[in-house]
Design a protein around this ligand. Structure first.
Ligand SMILES: *Cc1c(COP(=O)(O)O)cnc(C)c1O
Length: 380
């Protein structure tokens, strides 16, 4: 006997996470590995954040603040908006799914880019809505003109991932503004800025400022990437009261937990320490990209904490390089799983970790694949 379920479920893909460090160690008999696969922070939890989490254990017998007032208050101050313009999510991924629940119905549609963040297709299917997945432009960034053209009378949500995962390509605030000006004024737009901290351009943050004035714009951010707290699941959205109210209606009341709220608050208060880490990672990004250029390895210039690297002319070459990196204890993400076959998505780690990747990649690509044309790559 089978169980009765919604036919919508058949079209929802099952998320396949990358291998964990323990799985890779067990599979290849390694005593240590480095993981550059999930765009996590390579740094340890800040001591003050760890202390707050430890102290929070005593409060676990009570429910968390359902409104996350203290954390939202500080976020509102830092972004210069009212408390009612900030909403917390169990990771920003939850807010994106909630947006679909709040805004979509069967017969409506959502527009987003492809390849982009793996959660977006779920937004449509979970609501029984249609998805218009618009191919990226040749530079790996959103094709904003094609996306605007895909918007029709049934469209109820547009999602922009900026910088885009998995390509790392950034669209400027001016480009996004022009795009928004081309849309119906009342059409909800969600800009997913999970990687905003890593943008090294003068207009960083301007899209969130635009959310102060445009009632149909919501910007989501997360504590999972630059702030290094993916295990505690805290993300947030900044936008109009209308947007926030819509999300609050479908949001489970205790969607962020007390330790997550406390840790995010403590991390925000240590923003300068996080900014130093981010500056280090941006410098590492430049160093990695310069090295790849010197070695004639093609890559997509990134404004995020990862770089998408060419690993061969075919998906098979990339799969081999990926597998051989695993054997050497270097975990990166195979692009095939992200809609970019032939590429590897490499998260920026510490200087030593990045050197280990370059060293292993050089040896592996130098041996087998002619595709990179990089004979005997050496880290600089
Ligand atoms: C990692 C990521 C997120 C954030 O996920 P959380 O749910 O906040 O952990 C959101 N969008 C993109 C594009 C991401 O890569």
């Amino acid at each position: 006997m089978t169980m009765l379920t919604s036919p919508r479920l058949t079209s929802i893909p099952v998320y396949e996470p990358g291998l964990t460090m323990a799985e890779v160690m067990a599979k290849y008999g390694l005593s240590s590995v480095i993981k550059l696969a999930s765009n996590e922070s390579p740094y340890p939890v800040l001591p003050q954040v760890a202390e707050v989490v430890r102290a929070g254990v005593d409060g676990l017998t009570r429910y968390p603040d359902a409104y996350g007032r203290e954390l939202r208050g500080l976020l509102a101050d830092q972004h210069n908006v009212d408390l009612e313009q900030v909403v917390l999510g169990n990771g920003s991924g939850e807010l994106i799914l909630l947006a679909g629940q709040a805004l979509l119905d069967p017969g409506t549609s959502v527009v987003y880019a492809d390849p982009s963040f793996a959660i977006y297709p779920h937004v449509a299917t979970a609501a029984g809505a249609r998805a218009h997945a618009i191919p990226l432009a040749d530079d790996g960034g959103h094709d904003l003109w094609a996306m605007a053209a895909a918007v029709d009378a049934d469209t109820r949500l547009v999602i922009i991932c900026n910088p885009n995962n998995p390509t790392g390509v950034y669209r400027s605030a001016a480009e996004i503004e022009e795009f928004l000006d081309n849309l119906p004024e009342d059409l909800p737009v969600l800009v997913d800025e999970a990687y905003n901290d890593f943008v090294a351009l003068p207009d960083r943050g301007r899209i969130l400022s635009m959310a102060r004035e445009r009632p149909s714009l919501l910007v989501t951010r997360t504590f999972s990437k630059a702030f290094g707290l993916p295990g505690l699941r805290v993300g947030y959205g900044v936008g109009s009261r209308e947007w926030v109210q819509a999300l609050n209606k479908v949001r489970p009341p205790f969607n962020t937990n007390s330790l997550g709220q406390a840790a995010a608050l403590a991390a925000l208060k240590r923003r300068s320490a996080i900014e130093r880490q981010v500056a280090e990672l941006i410098a590492e990004r430049t160093r990695l990209e310069d090295t790849l250029t010197r070695l004639s390895v093609a890559f997509t210039p990134s404004q995020a904490n990862f770089v998408l690297i060419d690993a061969g002319s075919s998906g098979e070459d990339a799969a081999n390089v990926h597998e051989n990196l695993l054997r050497e204890g270097v975990i990166v993400r195979n692009g095939a799983a992200l809609g970019v076959p032939g590429r590897l998505r490499v998260t920026l780690g510490t200087r030593d970790e990045n050197d280990a990747f370059i060293d292993a990649f050089g040896r592996i690509a130098g041996q087998g694949s002619q595709a990179t044309g990089a004979e005997g790559l050496k880290p600089s």
